[in-house]
Structures are given as C-alpha cells and as structure tokens.
Design a protein around this ligand. Structure first.
Ligand code: ZN
Length: 412
C-alpha cells in the first residue's frame, strides 16, 4: 500500500510553550491550517481534529503541535488517516475569539455556499476567508474517504470548568462518545445554528466536541492531548499498545472528577453586544441553579433561571453570543429507550399521527401543530431521533438528525 507522509513542523519553531504556567500567546501562519497530516492507509478510517476554531482558545492548537514528534515516530503503526487542523488562523494570531464573525457559528447553508471553493463571490470578511480555506480541506478529506470518518472540535471555556464533551444526538455519535470517560452534553446542536461540527456531522462524519477546561491553563492543553490520543485508539487508527493508553485515560478521568453525567441542553440565553450582558460572578460550569435564581444582568435588568437545573458554560469574556445554557441530567434508561425506538424506526410512523405532516419542502422534516406538540412534548421527538428546528406560526418544525444510524462512508 502506498504511504504518504506529510508533516509540517515549520510553525513549531516559532512558539515557545511555558511548562506549567498560563498560556498567553501563540502564533501561526495565516491560512496554515494543516498542523499535521499522517496517512498510513489511504483507504482506512479518518480522524479529523480541529483546534482553536475560536482564536482565544489556544490549547487545541498547542496540544496538536505537541503530538507531532510522537505521531511521526508512530508512522508505521498508523492504520488510517489523521488530520490535525488549526481553526481560525487569523484570530489565533490576535488572541481573539474571532475577527469579524464567530467562525463556530458560521457554517450555515448560505455561508457555506458563498464561501465554497468554487464560488466566485468575493469577500473580505476574515471568517469568510478562513471558512473558504477550511472548506477546501474538509471536502478533500470527506470526498476521498473510503471508510468511517470521525471528527472532533477542541474548545475551552472562559469560566473554570472540568472538561466535558458535547455530542449531537445521533446513535453513531453516542456510540463513539461512550468510549471516553467523560461527562456529556447532549443536543447542543438544537440550540446553536452554524457550528463547525454540525456541518461536518451533516456531511456524514461521526462527531465529538470537547471543552477542555479554562482557556489559558496548562491542564486544558493536557486534556486536549489525552482526548486526541484516546480518539486515535477508539477510532481504530492506533492500538492501545501503541501509546500510553491507560495514562491518557487516567488523565481524563482525573480531570473529569468522580461524577460522570449525561446532561441534556434545554435552554440557551442568547445575547448580542447591545444587551450589555454580565454574568453574576461566581458561577461554575454544571453548578445547580433554582428556577427564578438571578444568574446575570443586562441593560433590561435581572436575568433569572427559567427552570431548575444546571448552569452550563456561563460567559465570563467580552466576545460571544451565548450568555449561558441551562441543562438537566438525563438517565441511562432514556438513552437506552431512544436507541431501541430509533432502531425500530418508530419515527417513520410519526407522520401518520393526526396533526403531524410531512414538511412540504424539506424531506427529513415534519410539521407538528400546536395541539399535538402539547400532547407529545419535544422529548418524544428527541427520543425518536428528531431535533427541533423552529416554531413557525402555530406549527413546530422538527427534522430527523442526519446519518443517525448509518455511515455513508462504509461501503459494506
Ligand atoms: Zn470555543
């Protein structure tokens, strides 16, 4: 089998990595997204790792760079394809979350079409340029895949937090995620439009998002690195024996703490700059909150928790469009039940219910009238593999999560 080796370490020399202190600045060449590309078997499984899609989150990029020498020494053992990709190169150099637009909310149908490699529409917005470059790389990988494709997106949080993972709720995503010793957030894709992983997920890849801890900590870098090594084994590209598997697993376990949970994201407090949003001080990720508790302030006054649950990703930085999220722990039974129902394809029968209709344009969507939506709350649709799209007039529109049970890449 032909082997191609391509490792770009040019930018490794221009950074210095402080040992155990705060990470302040890193730099990268503009447009130099490919941090490392390792092809052991061109027809094998692929792992795409994106890091620092938010430019103020350096840990993903630093972790990938740290792995390069070891990956180079393991090159004869690599059974598939590994792509380590830096996200927003221009924002990384400024230490900013983004320059013109949040790159991790930029993957809407409209933007992707405008910025696709063969589009002739000119743009000088920074994230349009970044997206164009990334689209070229991602499409090259996806279109040449002959076996399963896994993709991970590495982030960090402004608040202190143990690491946690996020998955769009498809059975394939859950199956991959189950391998990691981690707390999981389920269904965030329903709250956010245009995330990088949602786009890649809809291309057919199995996806996993990761929040490694506070932005500037050494721990965040180490957690990112541990996660990538584990993913290389769980995807089947390396074996446990090739690396210090137990060491990395222990590292993540220690960082996660004792209590591993599955949390469903239920509410997002969206903000704009004009709101003058300020989170009340002292909230940590996963902190329990009571309905009515004052969580934040904006120019209209107090912002209270809409329901009792857990506060997720409270915002303690100036840039960003999510003030906080609220979630609720869900039981393993719910996960088991939804797996069984989806495998039985019970969702196919939903459109025969009174008040539920096939969407006139979107093939994978249903429209649900308000009366039925009250009898069958959103949770029922979640169970059956649908996600909420939007409310329009008196109708709820839900659509099936794409590539829920079957990979489009495996030919067998
Ligand atoms: Zn981020």
């Amino acid at each position: 089998m032909r082997k191609v080796w391509q490792v770009r370490v040019r930018s490794m020399q221009i950074i210095s990595i402080p040992e155990k202190e705060e990470i302040k600045e890193i730099s990268i060449g503009e447009s130099e997204h490919m941090v490392g590309e390792f092809i052991g078997d061109e027809e094998g499984i692929s792992l795409i790792v994106l890091g620092s899609v938010h430019g103020n989150e350096p840990s993903g990029l630093i972790a990938m760079r740290r792995m390069l020498p070891t990956l180079e020494s393991l090159k004869d053992k690599i059974k598939g394809r590994i792509y380590l990709i830096a996200g927003n190169t221009r924002a990384i150099n400024k230490g900013a979350r983004y320059i013109d637009d949040d790159l991790n909310r930029h993957w809407t149908e409209e933007n992707v079409e405008r910025n696709s490699p063969d589009s002739s529409i000119a743009t000088n917005r920074v994230e349009d340029i970044e997206q164009k470059e990334l689209l070229e790389i991602i499409h090259r990988i996806i279109s040449s895949a002959k076996d399963e494709v896994y993709a991970m997106d590495l982030h960090s949080t402004s608040a202190e937090s143990p690491p946690f993972a996020l998955i769009g709720d498809t059975l394939r995503n859950r199956k991959f995620a189950k391998n990691f010793p981690a707390t999981f957030l389920l269904g965030i894709e329903e709250q956010l439009d245009g995330t990088t992983l949602e786009y890649i997920n809809n291309l057919g890849a199995v996806t996993l998002g990761f929040e490694a801890g506070q932005h500037t900590t050494e721990a965040a870098i180490e957690n990112q690195e541990a996660l990538i090594w584990l993913a290389l084994v769980h995807s089947g590209i390396l074996t446990k024996e090739d690396i210090d598997f137990e060491g990395y697993e222990q590292k993540l376990k220690d960082a996660m703490g004792e209590e591993l949970r599955i949390v469903e994201v239920r509410h997002r407090h969206a903000i704009t700059e004009a709101d003058e949003f300020k989170m009340e001080l002292g909230y940590e990720n996963f902190q329990p909150v009571k309905k009515g508790e004052v969580l934040a302030f904006d120019k209209h006054g107090e912002i209270k928790a809409k329901e009792t649950g857990l506060v997720l990703m409270p915002l303690y930085q100036s840039q960003g469009s999510d003030g906080f999220f609220l979630g609720r722990e869900i039981s393993p039974f719910w996960l088991w039940l939804s797996r069984v129902l989806r495998k039985l394809k019970i969702g196919d029968l939903m459109r025969f219910l009174p008040g539920v209709n096939q969407h006139p344009v979107e093939e994978s969507s249903l429209t649900v009238n308000t009366r039925i939506a009250r009898i069958f709350p959103l949770q029922i649709f979640h169970l059956l593999g649908f996600r909420k799209r939007r409310w329009r007039d008196d109708k709820l529109i839900v659509s099936r999560r794409k590539h829920d049970t079957k990979s489009p890449f495996k030919r067998k």
